[in-house]
Design a protein around this ligand. Sequence first.
Ligand code: HEC
Length: 224
Amino acid sequence: MYILGISNIIAVSKLNRKNNVSISKNFLIHQIIFVGLMLVTSAVLADELTEREQAADQVSEQFIKQLGGHLKKEMQANGPVQAITVCKEIAPQIANQLSNENGWSVTRVTTKPRNSLLGATDMWERKTLAEFEAAAAKGEKYSEMKKSVVVDEDGKFYLRYMKPLAIKPICLTCHGSEEQIPAPVKSELVKLYPFDQAKGYKVGELRGAVSIKQPMDVPLYKKF
Ligand code: HEC
């Protein structure tokens, strides 16, 4: 639009010179106001996107920190079998709470889900996970990556955001190789998740991501 505004002015001034017609002053003023408005609109939009991305950063960090805190505490206090409950119950609770209080969708996704109902990806998420892996193959660190874009889905706009989750040593107890997962954990996992795909990971590999989807027509709930 803004580019359109400028090209209009150029076109009109060219016309003016060629045909020696004097253009109405009002028209020029209109064009200038139009360009000005476009500039202001795009600046406001850019501001809003920065704010929305920062909000997503903070909510994703909150999710990772809260869940990590519960997991560590439970692992130390009651061991890994008990800690499965944290991942099974507390993780979806935190995700639900963060979703509800912001009016967004906040989830953890992966291409190899343990819980295929909650953890499955859509097309954009699969593409983004592949981009994260490609960047890692070139030497970038998962901890420094994130992606956010505005998408149009059937005329409704969303800010989509993803932050990678890499495997750390603590994750191996439940997501590592057959030898790394203690027998009682293994038998509990088999009972709960007969279609589990989330085993066999190594430290540093991409396990999945926090995925956030903000409808652009829902205003930011609080100042981040
Ligand atoms: C005590 C066992 C345990 C540990 C330790 C653990 N997880 Fe999990 N993880 C699970 C279980 C169980 C689920 C399935 C949760 C559910 O039912 O939604 C899960 C699910 C996930 C999911 C959601 C996608 C899916 O596969 O369903 C991600 C992402 C994930 N874990 C990442 C991690 C990361 C990263 C770590 C290390 C920081 C970690 N997990 C440590 C047990 C564990």
